[in-house]
Ligand binder design. Structure first.
Ligand code: ASP
Length: 331
C-alpha cells in the first residue's frame, strides 16, 4: 500500500523567488511538489499551505500552528513533511519534538539553501529525500532531512550559513544517510504507539550569551522579564564571580536558571572549575549538559506551563525526549 503523506509548506528559501526586495517565499506547496514529479510516484500526497514566511519570522505561535496542523491530520496520514526556512528550522524541529512526543509516524522538516527555481539548487534532492524518509519503515518522530543526512529534531543546528551542508547533528550521531535515493539507517528513533500532543508554550524564556567582562545589567534585565533563563557561558561552564549572587537569588525567587555553554560540541560540565562548582552543587540551578540551545530553550517553553514547582520543572527538564539529553539526572 502506498503511504499517504501530508506536505505542509511554511515558506523559506526552498519556496523563495527573486524580487526587487530580495529573496521572498512565493512558490506554493503544490508548485514545490510539481517541481519534483518523483514524489507523486513514491506516495500519495496532499498539501497544506500553512504559512508563507521567511523562517526569521517564525516563532512559538507558528510552532503551535504546525503542531495543531499535524494533530488535526494525524489519523489520516502515515507521515508528514514540512518545508521550512533553514534559519530557524532547528528551533522549529526542537519545539515540535516537545509538542508532539513519541510519534510513531515521521514528522520531517526540510528546506534548502538555494530556491527551487534556481539552476543549481539543493531544493529538489532535499524534498525528495524527505519523502523517501517519510515512507521509511523505521522513521519515527520529528527529524530534519538535509543534504543527505537525517538528524533528530532535538539535535539539529544550522552550522553553515551558505553551503548545502547547512545542518549538523550536535552531540549525537545523525541517524541515517540518503544517497541517490537510498536510505541507510543506523539508529531507530524512540516512539510510543500513542503520541502525546501538547498545545501550550510559555514564551517567557530568555537566552543570555555571556560576553567577557560583562556586568550584571543585562542579566538583571532578562531575569526581570523571564520565568526561565538559559545562560550560555564559556567552555564547560561557569559564571564570572560578580554574577553568582544575582543568579542564585533569582533561583531562590523561583526563576528557572539553566547553565549551558557557547561551545557547540561536547556540552557543559559545570562541576569542573571553581567558577561553576558552587552553581553545580545548588539543586536549584539546572545544567544543559549535551543539549543544544535550541532544544533547551524550547523544552523550557514546553515545561513551564506543566510544572507546578521548581522540582517538577527540573524533573521534566532532565527527562529525555527524542534523545535530547544523554547525561540527564546527574543532579
Ligand atoms: N532566510 C531563509 C529562511 O530561513 C533561509 C533559508 O531558508 O535557507 O527562511
Amino acid at each position: 500500500m502506498r503511504k499517504r503523506i501530508l506536505f505542509i509548506a511554511t515558506g523559506g528559501t526552498i519556496a523563495s523567488e527573486v524580487t526587487a526586495g530580495g529573496l521572498k517565499p512565493g512558490l506554493s506547496a503544490e508548485a514545490l511538489l510539481r517541481a519534483v514529479p518523483a514524489i507523486r510516484e513514491l506516495c500519495e500526497v496532499e498539501s497544506l499551505q500553512l504559512y508563507d514566511l521567511d523562517s526569521t519570522d517564525i516563532g512559538p505561535d507558528h510552532w503551535l500552528g504546525m503542531a495543531r496542523a499535524i494533530r488535526e491530520n494525524y489519523a489520516r496520514f502515515d507521515g508528514f513533511v514540512l518545508s521550512h526556512g533553514t534559519d530557524t528550522m532547528a528551533y522549529s524541529a526542537a519545539a515540535l519534538s516537545y509538542l508532539i512526543q513519541g510519534s510513531v509516524k515521521p514528522i520531517i522538516l526540510t528546506g534548502a539553501q538555494k530556491p527551487m527555481g534556481f539552476d543549481t539548487t539543493d531544493s529538489r534532492v532535499n524534498l525528495l529525500d524527505s519523502f523517501i524518509c517519510a515512507c521509511g519503515a523505521d522513521m519515527h518522530g520529528v527529524m530534519i532531512v538535509f543534504n543527505g543526512r537525517v538528524i533528530l529534531g532535538t539535535r539539529a543546528r544550522k552550522t553553515h550559513s551558505k553551503s548545502f551542508d547547512a545542518f549538523s547533528s550536535i552531540n549525537f550521531p545523525h541517524i541515517a544517510d540518503l544517497r541517490d535515493g537510498h536510505l541507510t539507517q543506523y539508529i531507530v528513533p524512540q516512539f510510543a504507539w500513542e503520541p502525546s500532543f501538547y498545545d501550550n508554550l510559555d514564551t517567557r524564556v530568555s537566552l543570555l550569551k555571556l560576553l567577557p567582562g560583562a556586568d550584571c545589567s543585562q542579566l538583571e534585565f532578562l531575569l526581570g522579564r523571564s520565568r526561565a533563563l538559559l545562560i550560555e557561558s564559556f567552555g564547560v561552564g561557569g559564571l564570572p564571580h560578580g554574577m553568582h549572587r544575582a543568579v542564585l537569588a533569582a533561583a531562590r525567587a523561583g526563576k528557572l536558571i539553566v547553565m549551558s555553554t557557547q561551545v557547540q560540541n561536547e556540552g557543559s560540565d559545570l562541576a569542573v572549575y571553581g567558577t561553576g562548582r558552587p552553581l553545580s552543587e545548588d539543586p536549584l540551578i539546572l545544567e544543559a549538559y549535551d543539549m543544544t540551545t535550541e532544544a533547551a530553550v524550547t523544552k523550557l517553553m514546553w515545561l513551564l506551563p506543566l510544572a507546578g514547582n521548581q522540582a517538577e520543572a527540573a524533573r521534566l527538564f532532565y527527562a529525555p525526549v527524542n534523545r535530547d539529553i544523554l547525561t540527564a539526572g546527574r543532579k
